[in-house]
Ligand binder design. Structure first.
Ligand SMILES: [Zn+2]
Ligand SMILES: [Zn+2]
Length: 576
């Protein structure tokens, strides 16, 4: 049982209770526990073994008992009983953005709709809007929600893919015939979302490895099993996992080939051909030699191949044919940012707004990560659903942070705020309040349906406020919930550069916003960045690593990222 299996059970319990019109507090309790379990970095089994389940925010003794039952028995009786009352397809309907339990219940009761397919059909046929209280606009919203839902089912998020891949790798380490094990594909390139997981292994006994791999307990179904390649469907998320077993002498060329991207491989192949080489997954060969007499000139390692082609080693995150091959030939690749360059995080929530941990707990956790500073940025007053802070509470928080900062050594606790950019482009606190903060990170949390020009104007005017240092999650994209809103990026980048405002790369896996495409463009426009985990619970501070993948894919160096500055320099920059 993985953490996600358990959180899914709690989420489905909440959904069934919703459909039954049960006590809202009970429903919220299950939802909250599910969310916090998703954010845990450690396995529940380990936490349970230490008897510390109730230390997880939102997990009381009752839920702790239920988690223990799931871990020990593999199921939960209460859930199994509840589940009998609800058709399976209903749970998927809950994942459609914008569709709540009331409508789901209505459609089920009146039209017997119990699957996404039936819902889509009815919406297209216009039969939903024949029901009382349902407008045709609701139908088009539902169809748009179904589109986003379907998209989110085709690929999985990078953190989940890394997690599943990690489970496979750790189980496969127990296969003694395997000499080396590496991840390839888009996962190695750290794309934000992943279609399937590619694993490469070196072994002299491929068929034995194939057998053992396809029998792993993580495997739901074997799709194909050959001499040196197997494809399986993992139990978790039904994601496809491919394993290829290779010989030592061609491992580098295979790793290069199966890491991709396709565009990168095509470009590299063309370059090799111009130099009289043939390059494929088995090695690099002289194009002049005939079939059958080919002798591999390089292939053991990627480094060997790049060097044969007279180019610098290209980090996997850059392999997208966006100029990296040309840069490697000219020895002009950037020195990409690394995790060790990050000196702090400037967007963490506390229990003052919608976070789960106290300011002090957040600060201690950041200190453990070796950060020099942590910026606590809770929501501002208008964002009521996220418990945004009134001016009075904000002042109280400023005082509290001063005390905590004195108390905890070796880390600076900065008091900031994630301030809403309101519909008219003004900020959610007046300047005389903003002035009292160490920093302001401005964000759009509503009014997404405004025109491109209006949304652009809002961000540009936020940049122009002299207290604003950063713009949080600049495009508002939320995976499985909503697409990015439209912006005139050239205008946004111009304003950010002119006002010396950093654009955030929000590292939360559901956001990863800016993405690599926009961040690359922003970098070319001379904009600075800030990598923030947007943690609402201490465990999520680790999301930094996911955003780091985006930053590397965007060619960023530590000079491009403001939270690579040491505290002293950062404080100077924040004062500007
Ligand atoms: Zn936000
Ligand atoms: Zn936030």
């Amino acid at each position: 049982m993985t953490n996600q299996d358990i959180s899914n059970i709690f989420r489905e319990i909440a959904q069934i209770l919703e459909l039954r019109g049960d006590n809202p507090f009970r429903i919220r309790a299950y939802e909250r526990a599910a969310r916090n379990i998703d954010d845990l970095a450690e396995k529940l089994e380990n936490i349970s073994a230490r008897g510390e389940l109730t230390t997880i925010a939102g997990v009381g003794s009752d839920l702790a008992r239920k988690i223990e039952e799931i871990i020990s028995k593999g199921s939960l009786k209460y859930y199994e009983e509840l589940k009998k009352t609800t058709p399976k397809g209903i749970f998927l309907m809950f994942q459609i953005p914008g569709l709540g339990p009331k409508k789901i219940k209505l459609f089920y009761d009146k039209l017997k709709i119990d699957s996404v397919e039936k819902l889509e059909k009815s919406a297209r046929a216009g039969s939903l809007s024949k029901l009382e209280g349902i407008k045709s606009k609701t139908e088009s919203n539902i169809l748009r929600g179904i589109d986003i839902f379907k998209k989110s089912k085709e690929r999985i998020l990078i953190n989940l893919a890394l997690d599943i891949a990690g489970e496979f790798v750790s189980k496969m380490k127990g296969i003694k015939e395997i000499e080396r094990l590496e991840l390839a594909g888009s996962l190695r390139r750290r794309k934000e979302t992943i279609k399937d997981i590619d694993i490469l292994a070196i072994s002299d006994k491929p068929s034995l490895v194939m057998d053992k791999f396809s029998k792993l307990s993580l495997v739901e179904q074997v799709i194909a099993k050959g001499v040196s390649k197997a494809s399986v469907i993992a139990k978790r998320s039904n994601v496809q996992v491919d394993l290829r077993v290779l010989e030592r002498k061609s491992f580098g060329s295979a790793w290069l080939y199966f890491t991709g991207s396709k565009e990168f491989n095509i470009k590299l192949r063309g370059l090799a051909a111009k130099r009289g080489y043939k390059i494929n997954e088995y090695g690099v060969f002289s194009a002049a030699e005939g079939v059958g007499v080919e002798k591999s000139l390089a292939g053991r390692s990627e480094e060997q191949i790049f060097s044969l082609l007279d180019m610098a080693y290209i980090p996997p995150e850059l392999r997208e044919d966006r100029g990296e091959i040309e840069a490697a030939l000219a020895n002009k690749l950037p020195k990409l940012i690394e995790l060790a360059n990050i000196k702090g995080d400037l967007h963490a929530h506390s229990d003052y707004s919608d976070g789960e941990n106290s300011i002090e707990e957040m600060a201690q956790a950041a200190k453990k990560l070796g950060y020099e500073y942590i910026g606590i940025a809770d929501h501002s007053q208008s964002l009521k659903i996220a418990k945004g802070l009134s001016v009075e509470r904000l002042y109280k928080k400023i005082e509290e942070i001063k005390k905590i900062d004195k108390k905890i050594s070796a880390i600076k606790v900065l008091c900031g705020s994630e301030v809403d950019i309101l519909a008219d482009g003004s900020l959610d606190y007046p300047d005389k309040v903003l002035k009292e903060l160490d920093f302001v990170i401005a964000a759009i949390h509503g009014g997404f349906k405004q025109s491109k020009a209006q949304l652009t104007r809002r961000i540009v005017s936020a940049c122009k406020n002299k207290y604003v240092s950063m713009i949080a999650h600049p495009t508002g994209m939320l995976w499985g919930v909503r697409d990015a809103y439209e912006l005139d990026f050239d205008e946004v980048f111009r304003a950010a550069k002119a006002q010396n405002v950093a654009l955030e790369i929000n590292c939360h896996p559901h956001r990863l916003d800016l993405n690599d495409i926009y961040a690359m463009r922003a970098r070319e426009a001379g904009v600075k960045f800030c990598l923030n985990a947007d943690a609402h619970i201490i465990e999520s501070l680790d999301f930094m690593e996911l955003g780091l993948g985006v930053a590397r894919r965007s060619w960023l160096t530590k000079k491009d990222v403001v939270n690579c500055m040491k505290l002293e320099q950062l404080s100077e920059w924040l004062k500007k």
